[in-house]
Write a protein of this length. Structure first.
Length: 203
């Protein structure tokens, strides 16, 4: 009859040289593939999360019947921070891709793309998703073709230059925020009119 000594098994497992075992099981080429695969996986998950959030028509789950104040709080206070955050993310993507484009033009393109995504999210969410993932996936394609394309120093330098746009940068952000408010108001009016029409037809 076999008898198991769990303490002895545990001590044996602890004493094993796992680095040696892994290095013999996985060669340098396989390790390189593993690193690239994990990197692409995390980037793909980030891109998925990015475009899903940015292209979603209803950014916040709102229940107008429960709290109008909460709705106003989310769109007036929280949404501007949301816009600023995704604006910076899009700008980073474009700074990496378009090294010869000026900082101002990158900011302009970023806010224009973000605004287009938000407009299409109210018209057709599938199109909005395609637009939102266009730049991140294009960046991935560039990196796969030329891994040395990325320059950390250049990225930091261009990000530090963003505040120099000053009032114009603020105008870009205000445009995107104001656009979202207009879209939300128009959509709410449309929903209200639709409900009233349905109620009238059922009378």
């Amino acid at each position: 009859m076999l008898e198991f000594n769990f303490n002895e098994i545990l001590n044996t497992l602890q004493s094993l040289d796992y680095n040696y075992i892994i290095s013999n099981m996985i060669g340098p080429s396989q390790l390189e593939v593993l690193v690239f695969t994990i990197g692409m996986l995390f980037y793909a998950l980030f891109v998925w999360s990015f475009y899903k959030k940015l292209s979603k028509r209803d950014l916040f789950k709102l229940d107008m019947k429960k709290s109008i104040f909460l709705s106003l709080l989310k769109h007036v206070i929280i949404f501007p921070f949301y816009v600023a955050f995704w604006f910076v993310i899009l700008s980073i993507f474009l700074f990496i891709m378009a090294k010869d484009v000026s900082v101002r033009n990158v900011a302009l393109i970023s806010i224009a793309l973000m605004s287009t995504v938000r407009i299409t999210s109210y018209l057709k969410e599938d199109l909005s998703q395609d637009l939102a993932k266009l730049i991140p996936l294009a960046l991935l394609a560039i990196f796969l073709i030329n891994p040395n394309f990325f320059s950390w120093d250049l990225l930091v330098m261009r990000l530090e230059a963003m505040p120099s746009l000053g009032f114009e940068l603020l105008q870009f952000l205000v445009f995107a925020i104001g656009l979202e408010w207009i879209l939300r108001i128009l959509y709410s009016v449309k929903l209200l009119a639709s409900r009233n029409l349905t109620y009238t037809e059922n009378q």
